[in-house]
Design a protein around this ligand. Sequence first.
Ligand code: CTP
Ligand code: ZN
Length: 156
Amino acid sequence: MQDEQKKKLKLKVSAIKEGTVIDHIPAKNLFKVISILGLDSINNQITFGTNLESGKLGYKAIVKVSNKFFEDDEINKIALIAPHAKLNIIRDYEVVEKKVVEIPDSIQGIVKCFNPKCITNNERITTSFKVVEKEPISLKCRYCEKLTNSNQISMY
Ligand code: CTP
Ligand code: ZN
């Protein structure tokens, strides 16, 4: 197949002129990504596709945010729910930079504390963890100091 033809087949969501393309989001977490990044409350043009076929992930989602360039610590908030996400920075229709997400050193919200007695599970308090280990992940609650490990993680 011609390269041009291949490109068109891949372009299920229109190209953007300026902004950020977040690719390889697990389809099931698309709306969590949108909410964590606050994309539901900004005025930029946003296009997305979901349940697109993807070799690695089964089904992936992709989000394109025009005229938005995220800070690293902003984008790293999605690392737990989209660990293989790839960012493409677009300037004048060209991909000028590619970035991957990294697990941050601390996490606010997103994850529940594993300790049922923790105050965050009994009152309306946002969870807050120090990441004590990244692989496999281990989170230390700032409120009850208990650890939540990778096999115990559940998200809001
Ligand atoms: N893209 C876009 N608008 C542009 C340029 C690129 O929306 N003006 C999107 C493409 O559709 C693609 C992503 O940005 O989803 C990355 O583009 P590119 O690097 O050209 O694609 P690939 O080579 O497929 O990148 P990778 O294999 O790293 O996903
Ligand atoms: Zn706790």
